[in-house]
Design a protein around this ligand. Structure first.
Ligand SMILES: [Zn+2]
Length: 213
């Protein structure tokens, strides 16, 4: 059994790493966001309850989320373990998780938040061909115009500075107490997320492979 948690700020490449880890270790990636969407779409009894919360713009209460996770990790494909992504998100959820099982390792991706702001705020996209540019790191030949199709580039609302900062602040506030909790338990490892995708992956697999020694 290999039971992992992956933490990391939005747009720090968490999804990419989670997919690769899932493949390498043969364990499913269990994402709260995906489970919520799936339960709602399938209109399971839990999904119907959750939908009423989502409609009000709130995340479901901890016990609903925990139930969703419990159901998921008892599926046959999780018999060798799983990688939790987006869970736990509150101290209440992590207390429930502690009652449920013992997590082997918490991978905590550290990235300078200002770097994430810079990456997002400078991003420009072409609405016609979906090419992605950056005003500093990947400029178009003519300013504000797509190289491939000549369409005017735009900044998505999601990439506006206030939105990005808000998202990162929410993450910081939510996760800080959890990080403390796992540090006390002694199963948290810090991953330097400022490095490239390959390097970050190697840091993670090195930490996981140390577990079995
Ligand atoms: Zn284009």
């Amino acid at each position: 059994m290999l039971k992992l948690i992956i933490f990391g700020p939005p747009s720090a490449g968490k999804g990419t790493q989670a997919q690769r880890l899932s493949k390498k270790y043969g364990i499913p990636q269990v994402s709260t966001g995906d489970l919520l969407r799936e339960a709602v779409a399938k209109q399971t009894p839990l999904g119907v309850k959750i939908k009423s919360y989502l409609d009000t713009g709130k995340l479901g209460p901890d016990d609903l989320i925990v139930q969703l996770i419990k159901d998921r990790v008892s599926q046959p494909d999780a018999s060798n373990g799983y990688l939790l992504d987006g869970f736990p998100r509150t101290i209440g959820q992590s207390t429930e998780l502690d009652k449920m099982t013992e997590i082997d390792l918490v991978l905590n991706i550290n990235v300078d938040l200002e770097l994430l702001v810079e990456r997002a705020v400078g991003r420009r996209i072409c609405t016609k061909c979906a090419s992605v540019y950056h005003v500093k790191f990947n400029r178009s030949k003519a300013e504000g115009v797509c190289d491939k199709c000549g369409t005017a580039l735009i900044q998505r609302d999601d990439d506006k500075e206030a939105t990005v900062r808000n998202r990162l602040n929410v993450y910081k506030d939510q996760t800080a107490p959890l990080i403390d909790h796992f540090k006390k338990k002694g199963n948290l490892v810090d991953i330097d997320g400022s490095k490239g995708i390959e390097d970050v992956f190697l840091q993670m697999t090195a930490a996981i492979d140390r577990l079995s020694k």
